[in-house]
Design a protein around this ligand. Structure first.
Ligand SMILES: Nc1ncnc2c1ncn2[C@@H]1O[C@H](COP(=O)(O)OP(=O)(O)OP(=O)(O)O)[C@@H](O)[C@H]1O
Length: 251
């Protein structure tokens, strides 16, 4: 049976990761509707990168199930890989290839129809033109991040996993990249899972926030409802409440 059009872009059930006897994530259960933007917030070591890494297929889950558009990622990965993509500071693009060569390789891997047109589109969208023919390893951290985001958009994904996508960007560039991500979400009805320590970014982009603490979801709500429930003016204060164990009144 083919998956329904209304299938969540991503759903995880009982997803967990342990190293030896030490449990670092889970069991987690959540689902992302198509076109939604969900922030994954939590202090250092809360399990954000591990969670995203499991969905990306970079970290083997200890238990649980991951479904992307209804397909079980452990058994039907190749059915959905073309509809998803990711950006992570932990995954470097080959340093010796130029930016153009890197984008070309990924466009070919994803079977993009008109590779050169896509590279041109991404060069404009992420302002890469001035270093398109430079070796990727010789770019600054912020320039590399823009290239990594371009790579993440190369196949017009409908599920995008982002691990602190603007951490190395200056405030102006970060703001502008957020605009690109919003545009991509709108034009492709793309669901985004975004790990971030930047509370302004989360308030701007996300319609829902999952608060992680010691590998467990301790709160799950829209930014507006979290502010109201914790009686706070901004998400940073909510984050501190959660991190320091001052629970907001559950509605
Ligand atoms: N290979 C590993 N072996 C053992 N423990 C690990 C390993 N990788 C991660 N951990 C532990 O798993 C926990 C979650 O780490 P993770 O990187 O997912 O956190 P995070 O929320 O992304 O943190 P940060 O905000 O610091 O990036 C941490 O306690 C970390 O020490």
């Amino acid at each position: 049976m083919s998956p329904s059009m209304n299938e969540p872009a991503l759903s995880v059930h009982g997803l967990s990761k342990s190293y030896g006897k030490s449990s670092v994530v889970g069991p987690l259960d959540f689902a992302l509707p198509p076109g939604s933007v969900t922030g994954l917030l939590g202090g250092n070591g809360a399990g954000k990168t591990t969670t995203i890494g499991m969905v990306m297929g970079l970290i083997e889950p200890t238990a649980g199930e991951i479904r992307v558009f209804g397909r079980d990622l452990s058994r039907e990965r190749y059915e959905v890989l073309g509809r998803m993509n990711f950006e992570s500071p932990y995954v470097d693009l080959p340093h010796r290839l130029t930016v153009r060569q890197n984008l070309r390789v990924f466009a070919l891997l994803y079977d993009v129809a008109d590779v050169e047109a896509k590279i041109e589109e991404l060069a404009d969208a992420l302002a890469l033109r001035e270093f398109l023919d430079r070796q990727t390893g010789r770019l600054s951290a912020g320039q590399k991040t823009r290239v990594a985001i371009a790579k993440a958009l190369v196949n017009d994904p409908q599920l995008l996993l982002l691990d602190e996508p603007t951490a190395s960007l200056d405030p102006d560039t970060a703001d502008w990249v957020r605009g690109r991500l919003e545009a991509h979400r709108a034009t492709h009805n793309c669901a985004i899972l975004l790990a971030s320590h930047n509370m302004n970014e989360v308030e701007r982009l996300c319609d829902r926030v999952l608060m992680l603490k010691e590998g467990a979801i301790v709160d799950d709500d829209s930014p507006a409802r979290l502010l109201a429930r914790y009686g706070r003016a901004n998400l940073e204060e909510v984050f501190l409440d959660v991190a320091r164990g001052r629970a907001g009144a559950a509605s």
